[in-house]
Design a protein around this ligand. Structure first.
Ligand SMILES: Cc1cc2nc3c(=O)[nH]c(=O)nc-3n(C[C@H](O)[C@H](O)[C@H](O)COP(=O)(O)O)c2cc1C
Length: 301
């Protein structure tokens, strides 16, 4: 079955949420391999000159507090992405200082940025918001501008990433919105089925860190939950759990030349939920080279 986000056809309604540190290209590719409908990059500045790896055709998330640089940035990358997103949800200290993310509360500026973004692409444009007094005003602006979907993470700025998600608030957004709504803030993967009855799409953040295999069979629960958290359903997907495991991550990390520091961080993430995870993490602390990591993670003698 195909689903639609703007003019984009999708095979699945479960996405990888934008996450700055975990969502490197190797990890995002594994998520796609496991059946994730669409991946998001972490938040990116339109003024950034960093090299971007986009082979998974992600939704590229921008953040900022003005439209400066957006036109030329989007022109450069539009053909390599599935869509664009604007971050109005980040609660970090830097967001507070620079007034972006969830701290950007000037509706005129928000409107200007979204209008510029809309004018630069025919691809889906989404906006990620939090629970706030401004949420419904932002929703109205999104509707006027022709934003393709709104993503709601129904925690307030002061909650950060903890505390309860206000599901009823998210439902109110869904009720008011004339466009599709993506739900963010899944703390238990067993809730995904219900969320997909209430919302158009769902994105998974922390539950996916170090476990790209969770996307296998997540929507219909046909996947088996393996010991390491990898769901696999070889009949349906033609994949083994290992094909979205750390060995594959490493191959891709090498291919894309990811920094050692990032590979070590992901190795730590992949040990999450493993029976010997604590020991592995202890060993990884001392790893100085990629070869050390390979040896510790058991890929090389
Ligand atoms: C390590 C980390 C980095 C994140 N980076 C971003 C980001 O760059 N942009 C964004 O919109 N949200 C970011 N988020 C928020 C997630 O996209 C998501 O909305 C939030 O974690 C709640 O969903 P979850 O419970 O599935 O993790 C980040 C979250 C985490 C844990």
């Amino acid at each position: 079955m195909d689903y639609r986000l703007g003019n984009l056809k999708l095979k699945a309604r479960v996405f990888l949420a934008p996450m700055l540190e975990p969502n490197d290209i190797a990890f995002r590719l594994l998520c796609r391999r496991a059946g994730c409908g669409l991946t998001w990059t972490g938040m990116t500045s339109a003024l950034s000159k960093a090299k971007l790896d986009l082979d998974d055709k992600p939704v590229l998330q921008l953040f900022g507090n003005s439209s400066r640089g957006i036109k030329s940035f989007m022109k450069e990358y539009d053909s390599r992405v599935s869509g664009w997103d604007f971050n109005l949800g980040c609660p970090s200290k830097l967001s507070k200082k620079l007034k972006h993310g969830a701290c950007l509360n000037d509706l005129e500026v928000i409107e200007d940025i979204l209008r510029v973004m809309r004018s630069c692409t025919r691809k889906p444009l989404t906006v990620k918001i939090r629970k706030s007094d401004l949420a419904f005003d932002i929703l109205r602006i999104c509707e006027e501008i022709g934003v393709s979907a709104v993503c709601i993470h129904a925690r307030t700025l002061s909650q950060g990433y903890s505390g309860e998600v206000d599901y009823d608030f998210a439902l109110k957004i869904k009720e008011k919105a004339s466009m599709p709504v993506i739900f963010s803030g899944v703390s238990n993967l067993n809730d995904v089925e219900k969320i997909l009855r209430d919302f158009d799409f769902v994105m998974i953040g922390r539950e996916a860190i170090g476990r790209p295999g969770i996307f296998l069979g997540l929507e219909n629960k046909s996947g088996q939950l393996l010991k390491n958290g990898t769901r696999t359903n070889t009949d349906e997907h033609g994949l083994k759990g290992d094909e979205v495991g750390f060995g594959e991550y490493l191959k891709l990390a090498k291919k894309y030349g990811l920094y050692f520091r990032q590979v070590k961080y992901q190795a730590m993430n992949f040990t999450k939920g493993l029976a010997d995870g604590k020991k592995l993490r202890g060993d990884l602390v001392g790893a100085k080279t990629t070869e050390d990591i390979e040896r510790i993670m058991g890929r090389k003698e």
